[in-house]
Design a protein around this ligand. Structure first.
Ligand code: ADP
Length: 290
């Protein structure tokens, strides 16, 4: 019969002890790493809140001086118009008229126009920032969403534009998901708006919206046959104030930043596949209903 000698038994026991020790060390190490990650996450959350607060306060408080600048520029415009008509009256020496007329009729109105245009741009940027910083504060109600009815409401809101542009909009059967109704509505209206906005005027627009369940997630896709996005811009379009539209259609470059932000908060994801000149596919993943 097989009788392991003492040496052999000791070797096996020592081996087992070493494995247990290694496991214990791995466990402590993992625990320590988990705690460190938790600490970092907490710090990150605190920094994020602080940053949001700063953005909120600055964008909110910068608007009132801006309104003043706008108001006084308009007043200046009116005042200069009065000066211009006063100069036309009799008794003003012609050399004075000659010197002042180009200033009053061209230089000054042009400067005021520039000031007013810049104010409008700044105002649009500030209200965009304000909108973005408010997002983090909105309380979410995560519920089961009937995506078929949500999407048909969104499509109804753009019906006029879809008809006018002669676009074919095809919406497939969409599985339900979990999310905040108002916020997810904003996500898909932004995506549909963009799909319509960046169509190629050279061919008839086709937009296709579909969805399928994949394990714990539902993946929706908004596909267009529009102008497409260059490979180098595909990640940048989600960054704040980034725009790559060759025809300068209206927009502040905030829509997709807001969309990604909302999806982060709703445990979702967004990514894009696109080919310039052919079209784009925006994918949105959201938690599925079990
Ligand atoms: P905005 O539309 O206001 O410029 P967005 O954040 O919604 O801002 O989009 C950022 C940029 O991404 C756009 O300026 C455009 O260049 C590009 N983009 C977004 N959606 C599409 C699309 N469906 N097709 C082509 N380009 C797109």
């Amino acid at each position: 019969a097989f009788t392991p000698d003492r040496q052999e038994i000791l070797k096996i026991l020592a081996g087992q002890a070493a494995i247990s020790l290694e496991n214990a060390m791995l466990y402590t190490e993992r625990k320590r790493a988990e705690e460190a990650r938790e600490r970092l996450n907490a710090q990150l959350r605190a920094k994020n809140t602080e940053l949001e607060q700063i953005v909120y306060v600055t964008s909110h408080d910068l608007r009132s001086p801006l309104v003043n600048v706008q108001g006084f520029s308009k007043e200046l415009e009116i005042a200069f118009r009065e000066v211009a008509s006063a100069i036309e009256s009799e008794g003003v020496p012609s050399e004075v008229k000659e010197r002042l007329t180009p200033l009053l009729e061209e230089d000054i109105p042009e400067a005021v126009r520039f000031i007013l245009t810049s104010i409008s741009k700044m105002d649009a940027l500030l209200s965009g920032l304000l909108r973005l910083s408010r997002l983090g504060r909105v309380a979410l109600t995560i519920e089961e969403l009937d995506m078929n009815s949500l999407m048909s409401d969104i499509a109804a809101a753009s019906e006029f534009q879809i008809k006018e542009q002669g676009v074919t909009l095809d919406i497939g059967e969409l599985p339900p998901c979990k999310g905040d109704k108002a916020q997810i509505t904003q996500v898909f209206s932004n995506l549909l708006d963009n799909a319509l906005k960046y169509l190629d005027p050279g061919r008839s627009g086709i937009i296709h919206i579909a969805g399928r369940k994949k394990q714990e997630k539902v993946i929706y896709c908004v596909e267009d046959n529009g102008i497409g996005i260059a490979q180098t811009h595909q990640e940048k379009i989600f960054e704040i104030f980034q725009r790559f539209d060759p025809n300068i259609a209206s927009g502040e470059g905030l829509g997709l930043t807001i969309v990604r932000r909302i999806l982060d908060r709703c445990h979702g994801k967004i990514w894009v596949e696109s080919e310039p000149g052919k079209g784009s596919r925006f994918f949105v993943a959201l938690p599925a209903v079990r």
